[in-house]
Design a protein around this ligand. Sequence first.
Ligand code: NAD
Length: 257
Amino acid sequence: MTSPQESPDALRDKVAVVTGAAGGLGRAISRRLHAAGARLALVDRDEAGLADAAAEFGDDAATFAVDLTDDARTEALPGEVRDRLGTLDILVNNAGVRQIASILDLTPDEWRHTLDVDLTAPFVLSRAAIPGMIEQGRGKIVNIASITGELAFADRSAYCVAKAGIIMLTKTITLEFAARGIWCNAIGPGVVETPMTSEYFRSGPMRESIERNAPMKRWAQPEEIAGPVAFLCGPESDYVNGTTLFVDGGWNSAKTY
Ligand SMILES: NC(=O)c1ccc[n+]([C@@H]2O[C@H](COP(=O)([O-])OP(=O)(O)OC[C@H]3O[C@@H](n4cnc5c(N)ncnc54)[C@H](O)[C@@H]3O)[C@@H](O)[C@H]2O)c1
């Protein structure tokens, strides 16, 4: 049986904003939403990567070169998306950075930068997108969190704190706006093979840890995260709100790494 998400019509007439669209997960999410019928507003600070990502979607995608740490620029984005694409129905807060350093080596500026990109930007963008979504009667927000929002990993303090924060932001947006037609859910990936994590897979402790501790003994490919994101963007998840769906091969259940 074909589910609505698998049909090319599930997101027909919808416009989806995907941040971090030039990155590994952003590209897979964009592809999946487009396959379900959505037109795309692709956002990233990496202009060349953005152009490359947009090339496969032709007239169905518009690009927005934005540094999401620029609050004013980020706040203006939903209006620009509506001007260029006519509407804004879905927001996927996917852009992220992650620094690996001990708390003793991480500077306050580095800490702030991670929180700015991974937590404050989704807040600023959601805050700017929600009023228009309420006005049109319906809007879905999907935040890309992480298993690190629930499990503490050494040398990733700012990242873990930001991801724990976005899980809570997801719940608070739901509490405030669910009755006005807003859905806000999060996806909590385990380790996914993308440019962010490419160093893990050659060798070293993270690779060994995944192979030893992850219940499925492997990491994910971006497409395995993109499907669940599409589910949370589409009509089949209409009674799912405020939740974080961990897409981690069972790792979060094992609570070991
Ligand atoms: N790869 C994993 O294992 C994994 C696991 C859990 C969660 N995640 C999350 O998934 C999301 C995507 O990660 P990825 O693995 O695709 O990483 P990636 O590095 O391939 O992509 C991240 C993208 O975000 C963009 N970006 C970074 N800072 C930005 C800024 N200030 N303004 C605009 N764009 C900015 C980058 O240019 C890049 O294109 C992130 O939120 C990450 O934390 C990834």
